[in-house]
Design a protein around this ligand. Structure first.
Ligand SMILES: Cc1cc2nc3c(=O)[nH]c(=O)nc-3n(C[C@H](O)[C@H](O)[C@H](O)COP(=O)(O)O)c2cc1C
Length: 383
């Protein structure tokens, strides 16, 4: 496996763009819960078109989501998610520059398997592989494998062990024994080796323990906005960076997920969003998510639960980028001023949505100095 040299740069980690962008969740039926006819239907052919389009536009990342059971019962569309390493290997083969992220349930996927699977994607993509590490919160995902969702602190104890093992398997050139609380390994070793010194790692910890995990181990932390006002966000972003710097001496990027509804006018975009989210929204799976305590929802007052249901239906609780192109470009600028480095984008209609975003929003971001042109955006992997 010596025919590939380590790349000098990674499309996500080393991007010079002030705002970095990725497309999220096309390995399944997108991020919205709705019966609207424009809803994305996942097919492999659509993934090829979207990955190649995103790359042609200079976007940094193509990012999968991972769940094992649907949120709405057997055969509900939210369960149709392609497995994320298989998907990543295939995306790698039909693209050349974009970063490819497999979302991985740390609690369900053994680090020995993951080290080999991720190295395989890294070899196929020549150093464009990365992982979004999720710990698992949805009981049916865990029960499918015969587990219960672990207590929060136990989850993170396991994740720390997992990370230690993964890192040694990835970069080690000598086998090792490991005896921990969650794993026991004899003569652990992983081959083939990937081409990167370490894949790009993403994490969406929200709790103090989750934030600490991201700050300690990951390159990118996802922020869930407690308060969408840029000034409040700025404080949250600074706290995150401060923690990474002072506790671990590390610099991390702060990203958010966001759903895009781009129309000719702000009013038209708002009306369209209301229609797909409220009038034609798919409420049952979202109530199931809320019942299953996705994000500390058990003690939520009803108004807050209603807000969360709206946000989940809109685009899995991403930040709302709803408006015309000027309005959306303005939102990007203020979020960038607040310190946000990147966004994972979702649309109701990914194919039409990404095309229009490329035509109308990207040129505005380039003009504002927030991104370079498509040709310059992806740093390119020089061997
Ligand atoms: C952008 C983003 C993507 C996520 N993707 C997934 C996913 O694909 N699968 C999953 O089980 N959880 C996913 N999560 C949930 C998180 O992994 C995590 O459970 C949550 O942020 C709670 O963190 P905490 O344990 O620190 O409270 C995602 C969260 C965010 C913000």
């Amino acid at each position: 496996m010596k025919d590939r040299k380590p790349p000098k740069s990674n499309p996500i980690r080393d991007s010079k763009n002030r705002i970095k962008l990725g497309v999220f969740a096309t390995n399944g039926n997108g991020a919205a819960f709705t019966f609207h006819p424009d809803r994305f239907h996942c097919t492999w052919d659509a993934n090829v078109r979207l990955a190649q389009k995103a790359e042609a536009l200079g976007l940094e990342g193509f990012v999968s989501a991972a769940h094992w059971k649907s949120f709405g019962g057997d055969d509900h569309y939210s369960g149709d998610l392609m497995e994320t390493f298989t998907w990543a290997g295939a995306v790698a083969a039909v693209t050349e520059r974009i970063g490819i992220i497999s979302t991985v349930h740390v609690t369900l996927n053994h680090p020995v398997f993951v080290a080999k699977a991720e190295a395989t994607v890294d070899l196929i993509s020549n150093g464009r592989a990365g992982m979004n590490l999720v710990l698992g919160w949805y009981p049916p995902d865990m029960q499918l494998f015969g587990y219960e969702v672990k207590e929060h602190s136990d989850r993170f104890e396991l994740a720390d062990e997992w990370m230690y093992i993964f890192d040694r398997l990835w970069s080690g050139r000598k086998s090792f024994d490991y005896n921990g609380t969650n794993y026991t390994l004899k003569d652990a070793f992983s081959q083939p080796h990937g081409v990167q010194a370490r894949p790009v790692l993403l994490n969406a910890g929200r709790s103090p323990r989750g934030r600490e995990f991201a700050a300690k181990h990951c390159d990118i932390a996802f922020l869930s906005a407690h308060n969408p006002e840029p000034q409040a966000l700025k404080k949250q972003v600074e706290e995150y960076r401060h923690e990474a710097r002072t506790k671990f001496g590390r610099e991390i990027q702060i990203w958010m997920s966001a759903y895009v509804v781009l129309k000719d006018t702000v009013k038209e975009a708002q009306d369209y969003a209301y229609d797909y989210i409220v009038t034609q929204g798919d409420d049952a799976p979202v109530q199931n998510i809320i019942r299953n305590n996705a994000i500390d929802t058990k003690s939520m007052p009803p108004e807050a639960a209603a807000k969360l249901a709206y946000a989940l239906k809109a685009g899995f609780a991403g930040y709302p980028l709803v408006g015309d192109a000027d309005h959306i470009a303005g939102l990007f600028a203020s979020l960038s001023d607040a310190g946000v480095d990147g966004f994972l984008l979702t649309w109701l209609d990914y194919e039409g949505g990404l095309d229009r975003f490329g035509r109308e929003v990207l040129p505005r971001l380039e003009k504002a100095g927030l991104r370079s042109t498509a040709e310059k955006s992806l740093t390119g992997l020089q061997s």
